[in-house]
Write a protein that binds this ligand. Structure first.
Ligand code: NAP
Length: 345
């Protein structure tokens, strides 16, 4: 089956995905019978274009060298992402605009408008899940389209797919984990004597930091991921303001040295527990043993321990991921969407 692909957001994650798509073109065809072509790309300030077929490799190169999307013969230039979603010819839309931890917009509207046009949606953007998971999931189910979001937490590690596909009948009672790569990278670099500022600059160079790195440092990103996990896995109906949140801004080399003297390290740990009818959510730095599950998560690594009723406690460890693992999340979701479409037809 051929998939017509649209991009809303064409930044680091989307371009890494575009490269992976080109790299895996032959495999997608031979193993899954997926043919694909790009028909639409929207950015905030570098152009929005639609065409029968956009040369994706050329678009990536043009965005990275010339700064703008290429002008192609026969391409239609539209004003913004909303006009593009309203008029593009796409089977699947990849929403990768930046996180907005205040209200999740404009990504929620992007996704809703795509679903209303019966376009399947894949996103790596946590905002829509943190503020409108229930609503978006319901309209996607009613419209009979897929809404997938594996890349929102721990990149391509199968967090949501694990519960959905491999653990039928299991109830998630709570979870805890190290979920933010940027703060974990900064903390482990500081353990080796690097300054907070230098470690942050390096995280930005590695393209793992949010567009606004304050969202990482002040634990908004981790809080939003905690809400996404709670909403999807525990049906919590929470929003980021419900998370008791402390970031890593106040941590100094002195704190880390003192912890090291006790054989410990500091980690930014997210927690969710059901207490009575309520789900309690928190993110805060904690001192943990350097050889514990959390202490072993160094650099960009992340770890999630899930407590369940029928399967006890399970943990997922993602070792030092980079942007390629985010790209893989989008690719794996795309394959799942395709499988669903093939079954339907
Ligand atoms: N990077 C990672 O490692 C990673 C990992 C997991 C999840 N994510 C999530 O993936 C998303 C994208 O991250 P990123 O690192 O790729 O961000 P990024 O490099 O800042 O790219 C964001 C893209 O969105 C575009 N954009 C912003 N507002 C828009 C709007 N209103 N309409 C259309 N396009 C808009 C930007 O346009 P311009 O090009 O004109 O600026 C840019 O192309 C974020 O939600 C992030 O949380 C990222």
């Amino acid at each position: 089956m051929e998939l017509k692909i649209g991009f809303v957001g064409f930044g680091n994650a989307a371009r890494a995905f575009a490269r992976l798509l080109e790299e895996q073109r032959a495999r997608l065809l031979s193993e899954y019978e997926i043919r694909w072509r790009t028909t639409a790309i929207a950015t905030a300030s570098h152009g929005c274009i639609m065409a029968d077929e956009i040369d994706l490799a050329h678009a990536v190169a043009a965005r990275e060298t010339e700064g703008a999307l290429p002008s192609l013969p026969g391409a239609v230039i539209v004003r913004d992402s909303f006009e593009l979603i309203q008029s593009c010819d796409a089977d699947i839309l990849f929403e990768t605009t930046p996180l907005n931890p205040i209200d999740g917009q404009p990504a929620i509207t992007h996704i809703r408008k795509a679903i209303e046009r019966s376009i399947n949606v894949v996103t790596a953007n946590k905002g829509p899940l943190a503020f409108a998971f229930k609503q978006l999931n319901e309209i996607a189910e009613r419209a009979g389209v897929a809404f997938r979001f594996e890349g929102t937490v721990m990149d391509g590690a199968p967090v949501f797919n694990l519960i959905e596909t491999c653990l039928p009948a299991v109830e998630v009672l709570g979870f805890s984990g190290v979920l933010n790569s940027t703060t974990n990278y900064i903390l482990t670099e500081m353990e080796s004597g690097r300054s907070f500022e230098d470690a942050l600059i390096e995280a930005q160079r590695l393209r793992i930091a949010e567009a606004n790195p304050d969202y990482d440092i002040d634990a908004w990103d981790a809080a939003v991921k905690t809400v996404v996990l709670a909403n999807v896995l525990m049906r919590a109906d929470a929003c980021p303001a419900d998370v008791a949140r402390t970031g890593i801004r106040q941590i100094t080399p002195h704190h880390l040295k003192e912890a090291a003297g006790r054989g410990n390290v500091l980690r930014l740990i997210a927690r969710a527990n059901r207490s009575g009818g309520e789900v309690k959510l928190s993110v805060a730095p904690e001192e943990v043993s350097a050889v514990s599950l959390y202490g072993s998560a160094r650099g960009t690594s992340s770890v999630l321990a899930i407590e369940t009723d029928l399967m006890g406690e399970l943990a997922l460890f993602e070792n030092n991921p980079g942007i390629r693992q985010t790209a893989y999340a989008l690719l794996s979701d795309m394959i799942r969407v395709h499988t669903g479409l093939v079954r339907k037809n």
